[in-house]
Design a protein around this ligand. Structure first.
Ligand SMILES: [Zn+2]
Length: 197
């Protein structure tokens, strides 16, 4: 009788130890998974910042011409395939927005009007024309520096990227090098005001 009780006790303890071990293994797996995910996100962010820096370089070219500094690059399989900057004033046409110029170049490189494997990096949230072109070109992902509360169509005034009525939705990333993108614009308008007075 005593032996049987001892036996049961041993079995119970064994069961408990196994359950604890399994629980610990599950926790460890979860921890490693979360760590891997965090590292992947960090890598993605670094990559996004690298390409946004090139978009900023493009934006400075616009400022040098006296155009509002907005720059854009289009990336396909981790490679920049098109660059553009705002030339509205230089070309005397609204069709010379950074995004439209970049889309045209990217289409020439890819040899198609569809840019389905591309990511666009742009220093300022796109206007309705450019947001429309992005949807039309089926660009799957757009990364934005600054928001544009007065004309932005990626969520500020309108959200053309997540319009359920359209057959294409755009994944959006915002706030990448936001401060640099905003300061560049502020500096441009500050200098413009100074020149006028
Ligand atoms: Zn535009």
């Amino acid at each position: 009788m005593v032996d049987q009780r001892e036996d049961q006790e041993i079995q119970r303890e064994k069961g408990e130890a196994t359950r604890r071990r399994k629980w610990e293994m599950r926790q460890e797996r979860k921890r490693l998974q979360a760590q891997k995910q965090a590292e992947e996100e960090k890598r993605k962010r670094r990559q996004d910042e690298k390409f946004m820096r090139e978009a900023l370089r493009q934006a400075r070219k616009a400022a040098a011409l006296g155009d509002v500094p907005i720059g854009c690059v289009i990336v396909c399989r981790d490679k920049i395939i098109a660059r553009g900057y705002n030339r509205r004033n230089a070309d005397k046409t609204v069709l010379s927005h950074a995004e439209i110029i970049s889309i045209k170049k990217a289409c020439r490189v890819i040899g198609d009007w569809r840019l389905e494997e591309c990511t666009m990096y742009v220093t300022l949230e796109p206007c309705p024309m450019c947001a429309g072109a992005i949807v039309q070109a089926r660009i799957p992902r757009v990364v934005i520096g600054s928001k544009n509360p007065k004309a932005g169509c990626a969520g500020s005034v309108l959200d053309l990227f997540h319009e359920k009525g359209f057959n294409h939705q755009v994944e959006l990333e915002t706030g990448v090098l936001e401060q640099d993108c905003t300061e560049l614009l502020q500096e441009f308008f500050r200098e413009l005001r100074q020149k006028r007075t």
